[in-house]
Design a binder for this molecule. Structure first.
Ligand SMILES: NC(=O)c1ccc[n+]([C@@H]2O[C@H](COP(=O)([O-])OP(=O)(O)OC[C@H]3O[C@@H](n4cnc5c(N)ncnc54)[C@H](O)[C@@H]3O)[C@@H](O)[C@H]2O)c1
Ligand SMILES: O=C(O)C(=O)C[C@@H](O)[C@H](O)[C@H](O)COP(=O)(O)O
Ligand SMILES: [Zn+2]
Length: 365
């Protein structure tokens, strides 16, 4: 097992390993205390793993129960949040008690927001079960729901008390769901770890690798958590540096919204990273090999980087981005693999960059 300490306002430890589902009760009790624990999960993950976690919590002395909501990004919404909050109230959970978010990033984000708002804040344990949630969403404290206007528009920063990433859970993901998490892994390489990016070019993170070597995947997961930890520790509330973690997301979130959340987040980030890198190459900000290498690595990791939406559609959706301030948007642009910067960009220029990216993808075809 690997442990990664996160020194945010309230410090906590991320544990990455196997058999953590079974051990979760005692580990959560040590980190959180309390007498009640509510496992929040979705209809795919619950039948697989909630029973093991609820049993472990009970054996550790908790009065434990489970709340399950329908799987999918389309349920990362206000009515799901309210359903969870009403359940917490019905079980008479107190502020000293624990919400256990067991699932992918959707469960982590919405259950995390429930924990942040229930009685103005109760304890939270993140138990990510998808690759994406392990390498990214369970760490760093961003919680959110989507609104009609766009992705993650209502949320809170609420760091967990503990994160338990049982990599044994990855085996029940579909190859497509596993690949989706690679989008954020590749992002981490591009923003700050060129050695990771090169290592992935040598041996991409694939479902086949998962079947061959769980320990290799465990090491990659831990390395990604450490990358995210370093950024979050430096800028917990995203005043500046943390925006780097949004590389590929200005266009990625727009693609996700345009697809009405039918396309996976990681795949949209892969397309968004490729698009902004293409636009940067066209404008002499990076060399042509940057978009080529990003697109190629995404493809070898099983990610689709195509964008089927028009500049008008993407621009309209991207206007809801949280990094927009008046007539500008803070864009994360790559200068090289491992070297990204945040550039405050006028909206007209951003619109031109979207057009450049789409034009460049036409030329490539
Ligand atoms: N808070 C953050 O910092 C942050 C970071 C990145 C992404 N996100 C958010 O995370 C979400 C994407 O996360 P995701 O890709 O995990 O999506 P998800 O939670 O929808 O999970 C993807 C699918 O896999 C299923 N699943 C999860 N674990 C499983 C397992 N072990 N076995 C079988 N099925 C399993 C889920 O039920 C779902 O159908 C998006 O909403 C995105 O905005 C948040
Ligand atoms: O943790 C962060 O900070 C990130 O930006 C990680 C992203 O991968 C993630 O998708 C996040 O939810 C996006 O944040 P948002 O503020 O643009 O909603
Ligand atoms: Zn993301």
């Amino acid at each position: 097992m690997q442990t990664i300490r996160v020194s945010t306002g309230r410090p906590y430890t991320v544990h990455v390993g196997t058999r953590l589902l079974e051990l979760s009760g005692e580990m959560i009790r040590t980190a959180c205390g309390g007498v009640k624990a509510v496992v929040v999960t979705d209809t795919n993950v619950g039948p697989l793993y909630a029973g093991i976690v609820e049993r472990s919590l009970s054996e550790a002395g908790y009065d434990a129960s489970t709340y399950t909501f329908p799987a999918g990004e389309e349920h990362k919404r206000a009515d799901t949040l309210i359903g969870i909050l009403e359940y917490l109230a019905a079980t008479e959970l107190t502020r000293d008690d624990v919400v256990v978010a067991l699932g992918g990033g959707v469960v982590g984000d919405v259950a995390g927001l429930a924990a942040a708002t229930y009685m103005r804040g109760c304890k939270l344990a993140q138990m990510p079960t998808s690759l994406l949630a392990m390498v990214d969403s369970s760490v760093g404290g961003k919680t959110a729901i989507d609104l009609e206007g766009g992705k993650n528009l209502a949320g809170a920063f609420w760091q967990p008390w503990i994160v338990l990433a049982d990599i044994g859970c990855l085996g029940t993901l579909s190859p497509e769901q596993f690949a989706d998490g690679c989008g954020e892994v590749i992002k981490h390489g591009v923003i700050s770890d060129p050695e990771l990016f090169c290592a992935l070019e040598e041996a991409p993170l694939t479902y086949e690798l998962l079947l061959q070597s769980l320990s290799t995947v465990e090491a990659i997961v831990a390395r990604n958590i450490a990358i995210k930890r370093n950024v979050v520790e430096a800028d917990e509330r995203e005043s500046n540096l943390r925006k780097l973690l949004n590389f590929g997301h200005s266009m990625g979130h727009a693609i996700e919204a345009c697809s009405r959340y039918q396309r996976g987040h990681g795949s949209c980030v892969a397309a968004g990273m490729t698009m902004i890198a293409r636009a940067c190459a066209r404008n002499g900000i990076c060399s042509e090999d940057v978009p080529t290498r990003i697109e190629s690595l995404c493809g070898r990791s099983g990610l689709d980087t195509a964008c089927t939406f028009t500049a008008d559609e993407l621009y309209a959706a991207a206007l809801h981005d949280k990094k927009r301030r008046g007539g500008h948007i803070d864009l994360v642009v790559p200068r090289a693999i491992g070297d990204c910067v945040i550039v405050t960009t006028p909206l007209e220029e951003f619109r031109t960059l979207i057009e450049d990216a789409l034009a460049a993808s036409e030329v490539d075809r």
